[in-house]
Design a protein around this ligand. Structure first.
Ligand code: API
Length: 276
């Protein structure tokens, strides 16, 4: 089955996007992982399928990591899918449905996309964690990082606050922490250096994907966890290796994320060339 695909990214966090809104596509976790492979497939940080949403939303976004695991949130991909939904509808706004809920998005005057990522879930069962504890201070220590905060943006995030990001060996720390027994569903691991109350520097080791150039849900988690700890205001620029996102934790508890989207190229793919 030969179908079109779109290669998109948000600040270098890159995606293969298939459009199954008109008809279902035979995409198993194994096939998604094979297509996401950077040597044997197209390659991407997350594999995205646009599916029909039904009432109340424009599109359902299915998110898979390169290891085939499914995620309930992907901020950078939400902006990309929202852009495609707006283009299809000829509108400047669209709602993207995910496992975490309906995420309203709009295109701003500067062409960036702002998404209401919903309200973070702060309880230990929400993250989820393996046992009851205060999600503001987790008893975790690895290398030069300790005492993270945790939450769910629809996917699990642990945020470490460190004095100097460049002093950390994140490729060594990331996988150990991602698979720590404290996280029964693993976790995305963010490392934050607070530059100012309205400016955070962030690097994320992503669950099932590894080091990425940007992580939208991770930036939301970083801002919320910093504000919870009193380390930042409720609105800040989050600078990732791939660029900046603007994050605001609104008084009603919802988190707004604004940033760019880009299409790198489009192409055709033969799904039957990949394992079923
Ligand atoms: N890159 C995505 C996060 C993917 C999260 C995924 N790694 C998971 O298993 O939760 C973002 O922009 O939010």
């Amino acid at each position: 089955m030969i179908i079109p695909f779109r290669k998109m990214h948000g600040l270098g966090n890159d995606f293969v996007v298939l459009d199954a809104r008109a008809a279902p596509l035979p995409v198993s976790p194994a096939r998604a992982a094979a297509i996401a492979d950077r040597h044997r497939g197209i390659g991407c940080d997350q594999f995205i399928v646009m599916e029909p949403a039904g009432e109340g939303a424009d599109v359902f976004m299915r998110i898979r990591n390169p290891d085939g695991s499914e995620s309930g949130a992907c901020g950078n991909a939400t902006r990309c899918v929202a852009e495609l939904a707006m283009e299809s509808a000829g509108r400047g706004a669209a709602t993207v449905r995910t496992l975490f809920g309906d995420l309203p998005a709009e295109r701003l005057a500067d062409g960036t996309i702002r998404v209401d990522m919903g309200a973070p879930r702060l309880g230990w069962r929400d993250v989820p964690l393996a046992r009851e504890m205060d999600t503001l201070h987790l008893p975790l220590l690895a290398g030069g990082a300790a005492d993270p905060a945790a939450l769910s943006m629809g996917n699990p995030h642990a945020t470490f606050f460190v004095p100097d990001l460049d002093a950390l060996d994140i490729p060594a720390l990331g996988p150990r922490l991602e698979h720590d027994s404290l996280f029964p569903e693993r976790a995305n691991i963010g490392f934050v250096q607070v530059l100012a109350r309205d400016h955070l520097r962030l690097v994320v080791w992503e669950r099932g994907a590894g080091l990425t150039l940007a992580c939208g849900s991770g930036a939301c988690a970083a801002l919320v966890n910093a504000a919870r700890r009193g380390l930042s205001a409720r609105e800040a620029t989050v600078s990732l290796p791939g660029g900046d996102l603007r994050i605001a934790w609104r008084d009603d508890g919802h988190v707004l994320m604004a940033g760019p989207v880009a299409t790198a190229f489009t192409g055709m793919i033969d799904l039957d060339a990949f394992p079923a």
